[in-house]
Design a protein around this ligand. Sequence first.
Ligand code: GDP
Length: 193
Amino acid sequence: NIEIIFVGRSNVGKSSLLREIFGAKVRVGRRPGVTLRPRHAQESDLLITDMPGFGFMSGVKDRKQDIVKDQTIRYLEKNSERIKIGVLVIDGPVFPEVVDRWDARNQIPIDVEMFDFMRELGIDTIVAANKMDKVKADEYDYLLDEVSVRLGLEPPWQNWKHIIAPISAKKDDLKALKGLLRDRLHEMKRDDL
Ligand code: GDP
C-alpha cells in the first residue's frame, strides 16, 4: 500500500483538485461541521488521504489553525513510513504575499513549515500551485520564481519542475501534477520489482 497525502490551507482548492483527479472516489464538497479527521479513499493499491485544511474557517476560532496543524504533524509522524508522496496545495497567485505577511510578524508560514517538515520526514513532496488561471501569461514565470524563493528553492522555478506543479483545478488543467504523480508512482513500482 502506498499512501499519498494532500495538505494545504483552507480555500486553496484542494477539494476541487481531488475531485478532478480522483473523481467521486474521494468525497469532497462542504464538510458537515468542522472535521478535524483526515479523510481516506482507496484506489487500487493507493491510499489517498485528504487532511483538513489549515487556516481560517468562518465561525471557528484562530486556535483551530493550531489544532489542525498539530494533528497534521502527528499524523505525518505516525504514518511517515507508509506516506510516500505528499502534495502541498497552495494558492499560487497569493502565496508570496501570504508568506511575506507571516514573515513580517516573525512567524513561519504554515505552508512553508509543512513543506520543510514533510521533506525532513523523507516524504517526497510536491507543491501544487493552484489557481494559476488567475495569473497573466506575462507574469507567470515571475510569480513561480517568487513561489520557489518562498519555498527556499533557488529560482528559476523551472529547475524545480519535479517539485513545483503549476495547475488550475478550475480549468481542469492538472497535467503538471498528474505527470509528477505518475512519474513517482512509476518509479516506485519499478523499485518494487
Ligand atoms: P479547499 O478549501 O482547499 O478544499 O478549496 P475548494 O476546492 O473548496 O475551493 C475554494 C475556492 O477556490 C472555490 O471557490 C473554488 O471555486 C475556487 N478554486 C478552486 N480551484 C481553483 C482554480 O484553479 N482557479 C480558480 N480561479 N479558483 C479555484
